[in-house]
Design a protein. Structure first.
Length: 234
């Protein structure tokens, strides 16, 4: 008898609302989300598309505990993200999620190897062990020969691959990527997206990708459009 594969839900956002206070007294506030819900399972890659200013990056900030919703809850596994203290939120980002930004935010004074190892070093893992794990991840993103170069000596595509290695070295359950190919030329963007897809599959991640690239979005498992404060199937 054929068995259906049951995939565990990793991310749940329930009835999220986010309203920003008005800049001037008496003016209406800016409401980005209303009753927004989202579920992402292990092994599933979900693309979020929408117009500029729709709130796509703001939504990722809520999922990553970089900001708090006005109402609603976010769960990553059994962690209620919306109740975390700043210290707990930092630990959550270090252990449970990997975040890839449009800009790499590498530390220019450190080598590629040290940049990738930084999340482990910040946990207190000894330097030798952290650098050994970083070397393994550099090989996985095809940068094994660039470990002793500083970020300014790398191309844009190499910098972004380095940031992917840094995001995944902590073995997160959830990957959040905010326009990870937005600053890259077409050929380099394809290479970076293909790498993200491969690592997503190999590590059975739950992945949420914000992108304006509809071709890349079409290669994800689902596409959701953020419009008027709601996520709708695209």
């Amino acid at each position: 008898m054929r068995q259906e594969q049951i995939r565990m839900t990793i991310l749940r956002a329930i009835a999220l609302e986010k309203t920003y206070a008005p800049l001037t007294p008496g003016a209406p506030g800016l409401q980005l989300f209303r009753d927004l819900s989202l579920e992402v399972a292990a092994g599933e890659m979900v693309a979020i598309v929408g117009e500029s200013g729709a709130g796509k990056s703001s939504l990722l900030h809520l999922l990553a505990a970089l900001d708090k919703p006005t109402a609603g809850e976010v769960f990553c596994g059994d962690i209620n993200v919306t109740t975390l203290t700043p210290k707990q939120a930092g630990d959550y980002r270090n252990r449970d999620i990997g975040y890839v930004w449009q800009f790499h935010y590498l530390l220019p004074e450190f080598t590629a190897l040290e940049n990738v190892a930084m999340p482990l070093l910040s946990r207190g893992i000894n330097r030798k062990q952290a650098l050994a794990e970083a070397a393994t991840w550099l090989a996985r993103v095809e940068l094994a020969d660039r470990g002793h170069h500083r970020s300014g000596e790398l191309s844009g595509g190499e910098q972004q691959r380095l940031s992917i290695a840094r995001a995944l070295i902590t073995k997160p359950k959830l990957l959040l990527a905010d326009e990870p190919t937005g600053d890259l030329d077409t050929q380099t963007a394809e290479r970076v997206f293909t790498l993200l897809q491969r690592l997503h599959r190999e590590h059975a991640l739950a992945s949420v990708l914000v992108t304006h690239n509809l071709e890349f979005a079409s290669r994800c498992d689902r596409i959701l459009r953020l419009r008027n404060g709601h996520l709708i199937p695209a």
